[in-house]
Design a protein around this ligand. Structure first.
Ligand code: ADP
Length: 548
C-alpha cells in the first residue's frame, strides 16, 4: 500500500519560490568585483532568476544542457544558481584557480554551451575561449557599460543586456527530482578531473540537512557569510540552505583578505561564516595585528582540510566564536560530518573539549560511514583503530559524469555500494570521526602509521610557524620517516632544533617526531587551498635525511 501524500518532486525552483514568498525582504549583500557593496533581497533574486530562465529559453537550449560559471560569490552568481537549475539546465561551476588548460579541458568535457564570468577572469577567458568550441555565448557578469571593448572574445555580451529587459514572469517547469541540477569537477591532483553530477533531489536533501541544529543551525535570524566559494561544491550548499531558512546572505566577492572579510563581518552583522583554514588564518592574522574583536559572529564552520588546534583555540577562547569542524568532499555535495558536542561533553574541561573539536565530528543523518582494514573488514568504533573510510547516502556520488573512472563504489555483503573516500580515519564510541590522513599521504614507519595531520598540527601550534606540511621520505631501516616542511611567519624566528624540541612537549610518541625540518618560502597549494603534497614531494626529490 502506498502512502496517500502529495507527490511533489524536490526541485531547486521550490527553494527560491519559498524564499520569495516567505522571506522576500531577506537581504542579499555582495561586495562586487568593482569593490562597491551591492544590496538585493530574496524577492529581487527570485525575479531576476526568472529573467535568467527566460534568457536561457531564448537560447534554444535543451533540458540538461550545461551552463558554466567562472565567478566569485555574488548576487548574479546566485541568480544563475536558481535560473539555470530551476529551468532544467545544469549549472557547471568552474574553479578559476585551476590551470587554464585544465579549465578548457573541463569546459570541453562538460560540453558547456554558455559560460558566464566575472570581469576579473577576463584574461583567463581570453586565454581559453578559442579552445572551447562548444561554448556559443560568453556572458560577462556586468552592466552593459562595463563590457570591455575589443576583448577578442566572439559572442560576448553583458549579463544585464542578456537578461535585464526580459520578462520576470516564468513558470518553473516540473520534472523528475533525480534530474541533474549542477556539477563540480574534483581538482584532479592525479589524472584528469572527474565531475560529481548533483541532482535536484540530492541538493534539496543536503540543503535540509545542512540547516539542522547540529550542522550549521541556520535560521531567518542569521546573517551568513560563505567565504567558501560558490565555484567549488556550491559553497558547501549554503546558497540553497539559505533560501530554505530565509537567512541574510553576505557575499565577499573577490576580497578574501583578512581586513576585507573582517570589515564585512562587522558591517553586515554576520553571525555565521564558513571557510577553509587558510582563509581564516588571514582573518585571525589581521585581527591579532589590529587587536580587534567580533561583535556579532557567534559560530563558524571550518573544513576542507584539517583545522589546526591553535585556530580552534583562538576562535573559541579569544574571540568566543564556536568552531564547527567539518569534513566532506566534492563527491558528497560536500557535507559528511560536523563536529558539535553532545550534552554529556559540555561539562568537560576546555582542553578535552578542544580535543573533541579537533575531530571532524559526527555523521549527518543521510550519511552512513564505516572504516575498514586492508581486506575490507569493518573496524571497531573505539577511537584507536584506523582504516579506510567509506560512505554512502543520497547526496554521495554513485558514479562520475560520463562514467569516467568506471564504477567507483565498493559493494558490501548486502550488495549496497559504498564510496571509498581515500581518507584514513578513526571513529570513536560516540561516533566522532577523526581523519588522520589521505590514504596516499599516510607515512608508514617500521610498519606503524604516522598521521601527517598530527605532525602538521603540532608545527602550526608553534608561534613562529605560518604553515606546515608533513611528508614521508624513504629510509633504509624504517621504510619511511616523516619530515616537516615549514613556512615561517614574517619576521618570526625558529630553528630546526627548537621546532623538533617543541614536539617533545606534545602528546606524540618519540618515534613519531619528524626526523628533520625543512624551511621553505612557500608551500604549494592546489585550486581549493589544500597543500599539494605531490608537488612538494617533487620539489624535495633530491632531499636526503640527515642520518642517511
Ligand atoms: P578536491 O577539491 O581536492 O577535489 P575536495 O574539496 O572534495 O577535493 O576535498 C575532499 C578532501 O579534503 C577529503 O577527502 C579530505 O581528505 C579533505 N578534507 C576535507 N575536510 C577535511 C577536514 N576537516 N579535515 C581533514 N581533511 C579534510
Amino acid at each position: 500500500m502506498l502512502g496517500l501524500m502529495q507527490d511533489q518532486p524536490l526541485l531547486i525552483s521550490s527553494l527560491i519560490e519559498f524564499a520569495e514568498r516567505h522571506n522576500g525582504d531577506g537581504e542579499i549583500v555582495s561586495r562586487r568585483v568593482e569593490g562597491d557593496i551591492h544590496r538585493s533581497d530574496w524577492r529581487t533574486i527570485a525575479s531576476r532568476a526568472r529573467q535568467v530562465a527566460n534568457a536561457l529559453d531564448n537560447e534554444q537550449l535543451l533540458f540538461s544542457d550545461r551552463i558554466a560559471t567562472l565567478a566569485w560569490n555574488g548576487y548574479r552568481h546566485l541568480e544563475l544558481y536558481y535560473g539555470v537549475s530551476g529551468s532544467g539546465r545544469v549549472l557547471h561551476t568552474i574553479n578559476p584557480r585551476l590551470h587554464p588548460d585544465q579549465i578548457a579541458w573541463i569546459a570541453n568535457h562538460a560540453e558547456d554551451q554558455i559560460l558566464c564570468f566575472d570581469l576579473s577572469f577576463l584574461p583567463l577567458v581570453q586565454a581559453v575561449h578559442a579552445k572551447c568550441p562548444t561554448v556559443r555565448k560568453w556572458i560577462a557578469l556586468c552592466d552593459a557599460d562595463k563590457l570591455p571593448a575589443d576583448s577578442g572574445i566572439p559572442n560576448l555580451v553583458s549579463y544585464e543586456t542578456w537578461m535585464g529587459k526580459l520578462s520576470d514572469r516564468y513558470d518553473w517547469p516540473r520534472f523528475d527530482e533525480n534530474s541533474a541540477s549542477s556539477m563540480c569537477y574534483t581538482s584532479g591532483t592525479t589524472g584528469n578531473p572527474k565531475a560529481a553530477l548533483y541532482s535536484h533531489r540530492s541538493t534539496l536533501l543536503h540543503a535540509y540537512a545542512a540547516a539542522l541544529p547540529d550542522v550549521m543551525d541556520l535560521s531567518a535570524r542569521d546573517s551568513v557569510l560563505p567565504v567558501v566559494p560558490m565555484f567549488h561544491v556550491n559553497a558547501w550548499g549554503i546558497p540553497y540552505s539559505a533560501a530554505l531558512t530565509g537567512c541574510k546572505l553576505v557575499f565577499p566577492g573577490p576580497a578574501l583578505d583578512g581586513k576585507s572579510v573582517y570589515d564585512l563581518i562587522e558591517s553586515e552583522h554576520v553571525t555565521f561564516a564558513a571557510g577553509v583554514p587558510t582563509v581564516w588564518q588571514m582573518l585571525l592574522g589581521h585581527m591579532q595585528s589590529q587587536d580587534l574583536k567580533f561583535s556579532t559572529l557567534n559560530r563558524t564552520v571550518i573544513g576542507g582540510s584539517a583545522c589546526p588546534p591553535a585556530m580552534i583555540d583562538a576562535f573559541q577562547q579569544k574571540y568566543k566564536v564556536d568552531v564547527l569542524h567539518a569534513w566532506g568532499m566534492t563527491e558528497m555535495s560536500p557535507l559528511g560530518t560536523l563536529c558539535t558536542l553532545k550534552n554529556k561533553h559540555l561539562a568537560l574541561p576546555p582542553a578535552q573539549q578542544t580535543a573533541l573539536r579537533l575531530k571532524q565530528g559526527r555523521a549527518i543523518f543521510g550519511v552512513d560511514m564505516k572504516i575498514v582494514d586492508g581486506d575490507g573488514h569493518e573496524l571497531p568504533w573505539n577511537g584507536q583503530a584506523s582504516g579506510d573510510l567509506l560512505v554512502k547516502g543520497p547526496w554521495v556520488v554513485a558514479e562520475y559524469f560520463k562514467g569516467e573512472g568506471g564504477d567507483p563504489l565498493v559493494p558490501d555483503a548486502q550488495g549496497r555500494g559504498w564510496f571509498p573516500t581515500g581518507d584514513v580515519a578513526t571513529i570513536d564510541a560516540d561516533g566522532f570521526l577523526q581523519i588522520t590522513d589521505r590514504s596516499k599521504d599516510v607515512i608508514k614507519s617500521g610498519g606503524e602509521w604516522i598521521s601527517s595531520i598530527d605532525i602538521e598540527n603540532i608545527a602550526v601550534a608553534h608561534p613562529a610557524v605560518a604553515m606546515a606540511a608533513c611528508i614521508g621520505v624513504a629510509h633504509p631501516k624504517w621504510d619511511e620517516r616523516p619530515i616537516v616542511i615549514v613556512v615561517k611567519k614574517p619576521g618570526a624566528e625558529v630553528t630546526r632544533d627548537e621546532l623538533l624540541a617543541f614536539y617533545g612537549n606534545k602528546t606524540v610518541a618519540k618515534w613519531q617526531v619528524p626526523d628533520d625540518v625543512v624551511f621553505v618560502e612557500a608551500i604549494p597549494l592546489g585550486a581549493t587551498g589544500k597543500i599539494l603534497k605531490t608537488r612538494l614531494r617533487e620539489q624535495l626529490r633530491d632531499y636526503k635525511l640527515p642520518e642517511c
